[in-house]
Design a protein around this ligand. Sequence first.
Ligand code: PEP
Ligand code: MN
Length: 343
Amino acid sequence: MVIIMNPDATAAEIKSVIEVITAAGLEAKVMEGSQQKIVGVIGDKTKVADVAIDVMPGVEKSVAISKSFKLASREFHPQNSVVDVAGIKIGDGTPVVMAGPCAVESKEQLFEAADIVKAAGAQFLRGGAYKPRTSPYSFQGLEEEGLKYLAEARERTGLRVVTEVTTVEAIESVVKYADMLQVGARNMQNFGLLKEVGKCGKPVLLKRGLAATIDEWLNAAEYIMNAGNPDVVLCERGIRTYETYTRNTLDLSAVAAVKHLSHLPIIVDPSHGTGKWRMVKPMAFAAIAAGADGLMMEVHPNPAKALSDGPQSLTPENYQEVMAGIYKLSQFMKQENITSMDI
Ligand code: PEP
Ligand code: MN
């Protein structure tokens, strides 16, 4: 059960609600998002069945949640959540774009990529400093040095920075340099990492696991939210299927499913979703048409020389073409009042 407080509920009113819950032997969890104050009730809710919580001062309503994920569910929060990342809003109806190289390879490479990304209109620079590579012999990333280049690229361009954190030990430095922490597909069910990024104080981009169901993915988001961080954005990046032509199978139906089940924003990564640069443009357009809140795409100044994921990276020219199309498509949808979101 969750108790939704009035937006102007006072600290004393919230405290009284918590007291009633804890007195019944249940745990209360306060979530203060940018738009709502919520008290989550953990434990057997029949213990407060006799308490008229709904009429307590400051309470808007209490809601019973049927899903295994609660805080992430749309039952819990009927309106779409908007996640604010250092002033950029994700989920407010205007698609955001996160673009950049798969990995930070050098200062020169990153700055060149950042300038390209910025010029065509993205809001975020992406780039891995810690790379979760399939082979231990592949380039593993520049680690903290890479994070410093990302922060410098932000100073240079004004782009926000999103970058992956692969271990609990690295959270502190990633928080220091980035605006948003990315939890990659391989770590989607690393529950220790999820709990810690839930306490890090910065928004989190949670990629879908390689073979995760939507339910498992939303439960992973729940771990982060339950640890106190309401600012979670989901990223569909393709799943393993029997198809081998593409690197993964991009599940665009997940956009519609997530919009129905959850209030969290969702973006799409057609680069990892397909593994082929030629397929990035059509899938990016399809994602926007499907109602995604944004895109993550890999762009490299020279994909042929990329240390990772060259085959799926856009050249600067391809990238500009994709961006122009996305812009026109989203303008058209707005103008014609076309909405894919039928929640
Ligand atoms: C990435 O974004 O660079 C990445 C490694 O993605 P994923 O976790 O989706 O494989
Ligand atoms: Mn990559």
